[in-house]
Ligand binder design. Structure first.
Ligand code: NI
Length: 435
């Protein structure tokens, strides 16, 4: 018999008719990995349930659609530098020293931080991705993984594409279906056209989506114009990239025409306001993207450029930045910002439609948030509080696929103390001798 869990919180942020619906004093029943009931509270024989959970608010988990998990090892190592210098002088030399085990422990640190902040699913692009898959399987989090592909060296490019193919073969739909795989061409400026074409063919053959960095900095646009006579968006569009399922990270520097192309080709966007601000890359035109009804989700990017994986902070930035930029307080209202951080994520990762919303038949990926705190009092509007007042540390319980990963802020599937010890030891060793 399937293990049944009963949740009876004060509020449930359910999903109905493509909108959030706040249900007061309702209940959720979970059987296996699925929500089998969400509605008014009823009388029950408690013996029928293996567990009963109370709490203030149950809502969908956050979905971080763009990060490089193991970069937690470089948190605080290289700050206050522009992207291309930051990569060339600091990050790439440090990454060259990373071993498989470092990737495992760095990813575990990221997963710890993400679960503690209410993230139930993330999209990762890095290398030694089987280690990330292993960490996700053990921790119980949901993830969409891609091998970062750089094709400036032809041989190295083919080897990494092979690794990405193997990742698809060995891990796609593994871990009770929690792990999915994409192909991960790093960016148009690190992937020549022939290499991108090869990647597209592979994506078609394996039937997986593509995760790529696009139009992140002004310098990228200028260099693309010099090399190809086209902006990065036009360059990849002309190559046929947008005929595939694409998750495009950043999309900071876009013309009106390019926004129309992205909308028409249904490109999913991972908006990373924190990382874009910190690297001085710019501010993505979120107001225009929303106006054109693009599918926008939120990512933190890696912890070396953010410097945390806090989706509450990201959600607040996403809502506040366009208001200030356009001098218009009505842009990206709380409900939209919350949608970007939750419901839109699984769609941008091309996941099964049962992942994301809280409703009957959906996967049980949810979080319990404590609302009885001074910074969340008095309570007028739950959604406004989540976006404008809450902190990631208000998350009390995290469930993914029906399994509890954190309860009363204690991580149940991973050893937090050991992860902190291992990552400090490894980061110190890795960065010794580097500038
Ligand atoms: Ni990135």
């Amino acid at each position: 018999m399937l293990k049944k869990i009963l949740i009876q919180p004060d509020y449930i942020l359910a999903w109905e008719n493509e909108n959030f619906k706040l249900v007061s004093f309702g209940e959720i029943i979970i059987e296996g990995d699925e929500i089998t009931y969400l509605g008014p509270r009823r009388e029950h024989n408690r013996k029928k349930f293996s567990k009963t959970i109370k709490g203030d608010l149950v809502m969908p988990g956050f979905v971080n659609t763009h990060t490089h998990a193991a970069m937690t090892l470089f948190r605080g190592y290289a700050d206050d530098m522009p992207l291309l210098e930051w990569l060339g002088e600091k990050i790439w030399p440090a990454e060259a020293k990373l071993k498989k085990d470092d990737i495992y422990w760095g990813s575990m640190l990221a997963i710890c931080e993400m679960i503690k902040g209410g993230t139930t699913c993330f999209a990762d692009m890095y290398f030694h991705m089987e280690e990330v898959a292993r960490a996700c399987t053990e921790a119980g989090i949901r993830a969409s993984l891609a091998q970062g592909l750089i094709g400036t060296d032809k041989l190295k490019g083919s080897i990494s594409l092979k690794k990405n193919e193997n990742l698809v073969r060995n891990w796609h739909k593994a871990g009770e279906g929690r792990i999915t795989v994409m192909l991960g061409p790093h960016a148009p400026y690190t992937c020549p056209p022939e290499f991108l074409q090869k990647i597209m063919k592979t994506a078609e053959k394996l039937e997986v989506p593509i995760h790529i960095h696009l139009a992140e900095t002004r310098k990228e646009i200028e260099e693309s114009l010099q090399t190809y006579g086209k902006t990065p968006i036009k360059f990849v569009d002309d190559l046929g990239l947008f005929e595939h399922n694409i998750l495009a990270a950043h999309c900071v520097h876009l013309s009106r025409e390019e926004i129309d192309i992205l909308a028409e080709k249904k490109v999913a966007i991972a908006h990373n306001p924190g990382s874009n601000l910190k690297l001085g890359s710019g501010i993505a035109p979120l107001a225009d993207l929303l106006e054109k009804e693009l599918l926008v989700s939120l990512g933190t990017d890696g912890a070396a450029s953010n410097n945390n994986l806090d989706m509450v902070e990201e959600m607040r930035l996403a809502s506040l930045l366009p208001k200030g930029l356009k001098e218009n307080a009505t842009i990206a209202p709380a409900e939209i910002a919350l949608k970007l951080a939750t419901i839109n994520g699984p769609k941008a990762l091309f996941l099964d439609e049962t992942v994301g919303p809280l409703k009957k038949g959906a996967k049980a990926d949810l979080i319990v948030v404590q609302l009885k705190k001074p910074h969340l009092f008095p309570l007028h509007d739950v959604v406004a509080h989540l976006v404008y007042s809450a902190a990631a540390s208000d998350v009390d319980l995290v469930m993914v696929n029906g399994k509890i990963l954190m309860e009363k802020r204690e991580l149940l599937t991973v050893d937090e103390e050991k992860i902190l010890f291992e990552t400090q030891k490894r980061a110190t060793k890795l960065l010794a001798g580097l500038n």
